[in-house]
Design a binder for this molecule. Structure first.
Ligand code: F0G
Length: 459
């Protein structure tokens, strides 16, 4: 009836934002070696570095925190957590972990061996790193539709099923211990995966007797996209859609720092009792006893509540619409971005944004720093700084596959006026794009260099 979509919550506690001037920010970014990861977060006005662990918990979650039972073994908080996750996903064995990557490490340690191949629509960095740490190969099989940043296709996050079949033919099922689907596809611009694709991938896996796992961080956002966009799902509830997705798979890893709106936590889930036992044995080595797995009882309580809030459709409606709102306004102003907007983030295309810069001149860094200098907005480069490398023999810089800048939206944290401000800042940077300087790396670590590199503008 009304066109304004309001935040479906009221604000009871506020956190002061420290306002800064462009001059102060110039000093701060210089002191940070022009690396946005080296900024202090209280020197940032709007922090869009990640949507992970940065959400605002609800009054119900904070109430759960007070109820947390910190017993070493058999805590009621564990059972409430387990029941809630089982209720949403239908998976039988639920193993708590301190975050997503801990679940990944345990899963791949148990399931993979050297020489194996793990297909995924697109591996997230930690997922890839954990597969490779086992001596296995992380194989990305994105949909060809993902290559076209501007098309309006509804499910660009899908896996390429022809290539999955080809992978089974090439490596044989013996070398593919599991297949994974990342929902939504974070490395692929936050694009959703369709139920039709999950069904097809699941059928190929069944043919080869190979388990299918979800990387389920953004499971409920993906489900909401299915409800909105896929034929036959408009009248189903998100809860039903989540369950249908899980029913097509054998287990999942979950970083609950995303859709389950907790600041820390995750889990590993499976239907296989024997596998679960092996996983728990490993869990005890590094994470903790299986009824807490590296989390405090209070964290388990917040997670139990967060899983239920994550399927609330008024919340998801606001969540997806507010990300879309930013995308619509930026596109209208001609700002190049991955289209359609994802659920949790907007991805600017720095290649076209700063078209006068070559990839090795770090256009993504240049755009991200401009957003900080202009408006104190912190975004994350996903480009040559993150995925390029330096040839250790020749010293030559090698470009990454794309130049993106991700504006990830924390859950329930910012209001529409914060986002109007972000839109203004991005449009201003775009208007001044011809003056964006090149950057070069002056100091870098041999791997994951983006976290610690020192840079400087080339004038
Ligand atoms: N899988 C996906 C798809 C992710 O996006 C992340 C984290 C993880 C796994 C790992 O989870 O951080 O709890 O260990 N993504 C964050 C991001 C860090 O900013 O996109 P974790």
């Amino acid at each position: 009836m009304f066109k304004t979509i309001i935040e479906p919550f009221r604000i009871k506690v506020v956190e002061q934002i420290k306002m800064t001037t462009p001059e102060q920010r110039q000093e701060m970014i210089q002191a940070a070696g022009y690396n946005i990861f080296a900024l202090r977060s209280d020197d940032v006005i709007i922090d869009l570095l990640t949507d992970s662990g940065t959400g605002a918990m609800s009054a119900e979650q904070w109430s759960g925190i007070m109820r947390g039972d910190e017993s070493y073994a058999g805590s009621p908080s564990y059972f409430r957590f387990r029941d809630s996750v089982q209720d949403i996903t239908g998976f039988e064995h639920i193993i708590p972990t301190h975050q997503g990557r801990a679940a990944e490490r345990i899963l791949f340690s148990v399931m993979c061996k050297e020489g194996d191949v793990v297909p995924n629509n697109s591996h997230f960095d930690t997922t890839r790193a954990n597969v490779e740490f086992r001596g296995a190969t992380a194989l990305d099989l994105p949909s060809p539709e993902l290559a076209d940043m501007d098309s309006d296709r509804p499910f660009k996050g899908d896996m390429n099923v022809d290539r999955l079949r080809a992978a089974f033919a090439e490596y044989g099922a013996d070398r593919i211990p599991l297949v994974m689907l990342t929902v939504t596809n974070n490395s692929g611009g936050g694009q959703p995966v369709s139920m039709a694709n999950i069904r097809e991938v699941s059928a190929v896996c069944r043919e080869h007797n190979t388990p299918l796992y979800l990387d389920a961080c953004r499971l409920t956002e993906n489900s909401y996209f299915i409800k909105q966009r896929e034929t036959g799902y408009a009248d189903k509830t998100v809860r039903q859609i989540v369950r249908e997705m899980c029913d097509l798979t054998d287990g999942c890893t979950m970083s609950a720092k995303k859709d389950a709106i907790v600041n820390m936590g995750g889990f590993l889930a499976t239907r296989d009792a024997e596998l679960a036992q092996e996983e728990k044995n490993l869990l005890i080595l590094t994470e903790g006893f299986p009824t807490y797995g590296g989390l405090a009882g209070r964290d388990l309580e917040a997670l139990a509540v967060g899983m239920q809030e994550a399927v609330d459709e008024d919340y998801l409606h606001y969540r997806i619409a507010s990300t879309r709102y930013i995308g619509d306004h930026l596109r209208e102003a001609g700002v190049p971005l991955i289209w359609p907007p994802g659920g949790h983030a907007i991805y600017l295309d720095a290649r076209r944004f700063a078209a006068h810069l070559e990839p090795i001149q770090l256009p993504g860094v240049s755009v991200a720093i401009a957003l900080y200098l202009l408006g104190g907005v912190r975004a994350c480069e996903i480009g040559t700084l993150m995925f390029g490398r330096r040839n250790s023999e020749t010293g030559e810089e090698i470009a990454g596959p794309r130049e993106l800048v991700r504006l990830a939206i924390p859950r329930r944290v910012y209001t529409q006026s914060h986002m109007d401000y972000v839109i203004e800042v991005v449009i201003k940077a775009f208007q001044e794009r011809e003056g964006l300087p090149a950057y070069r790396i002056v100091e870098q670590a041999p791997f994951l260099r983006h976290f610690s590199a020192k840079l400087e503008p080339v004038r």
